[in-house]
Design a protein around this ligand. Structure first.
Ligand code: PEP
Length: 252
């Protein structure tokens, strides 16, 4: 069966000492609880190896990067490969976040490369999809997310697709304080699961974790996570404070 997952996305926040301190706080907080979900923190590349060094609750707390390169290795100054990420001890990588699609021109083509390289290196992609406000207002959100899933992932075999975590993140809800209602989240998560079922069959679809992201916080997490097709959250702002992040983890 699919897993419940709460994953933090620190984005471009925290210096290395601040990041180590935050990771230590989350690691310590997890000692005291038995979370009903997998917990992951996705941190800047510069922090990965050091943060991996402070995680002792390895069964409860996973580590991820926020991106990786679309090439294996070589003359790509400034890029960080999937193999490099995996060599730090990380097990996850966020791919296709709307900020990367919007500000760094990530396309379905580059994402397919990144997904393939991540899987080759044993990393679990947390693959982000979601519509912008104008698309929702025009009633195009179903078509937009369907195209993002099809174009970015439907080249995969059923076996490889089964290794993917999806994160539905309406762009209008990211960092805006405006959360999708739990009914809006459920409606589109159920639709996405149907799209997966049409391609790979019901079993693969039922086993795919689909996270919600977009201004998720301790006060709204329980209602979102109670929906049958919402399998957890990708958490931006609220993952930067241990108490808030744990409030979301403990919402399960
Ligand atoms: C995100 O960027 O993945 C995200 C969900 O951000 P926030 O929680 O801050 O809206």
């Amino acid at each position: 069966m699919r897993k419940n997952i709460v994953a933090g996305n620190w984005k471009m926040n925290t210096t290395l000492p601040e990041g180590i301190k935050l990771a230590e706080e989350v690691n310590d907080a997890l000692k005291a609880v038995e979370p009903k979900c997998d917990v992951v923190i996705c941190v800047p590349f510069t922090h990965l190896a050091s943060v991996n060094g402070v995680i002792t609750e390895t069964k409860k707390l996973g580590l991820g990067a926020e991106n990786c390169a679309d090439h294996k290795s070589g003359a790509y100054t400034g890029e960080v490969s999937a193999a490099m990420v995996a060599s730090t001890g990380a097990g996850y990588v966020i791919l296709g976040h709307s900020e990367r699609r919007q500000y760094y021109g990530e396309t379905a083509e580059t994402l397919r490369e990144k997904v393939a390289l991540s899987l080759e290196n044993g990393l679990t992609p947390i693959f982000c999809i979601g519509e912008v406000l104008e698309e929702r207002e025009a009633g195009k959100h179903f078509d937009v997310v369907k195209a993002q899933v099809e174009d970015g992932l439907f080249n995969l075999s059923a076996e490889d697709f089964g290794k993917i975590i999806l994160a539905y993140e309406p762009v209008w809800a990211i960092g805006t304080g405006k959360t999708a209602t739990s009914d809006q989240a459920e409606e589109i998560h159920a639709y996405i699961r149907g799209v997966i079922a049409d391609k790979y069959g019901k079993e693969v679809a039922d086993n795919t974790s689909i996270l919600y992201g977009g201004s998720c916080k301790p006060s709204n997490a329980a209602e979102l996570f109670a929906k049958p097709n919402v399998d957890g959250g990708l958490i931006g702002g609220a993952s930067l404070k241990c108490a808030d992040f744990m409030g979301i983890v403990n919402a399960f």
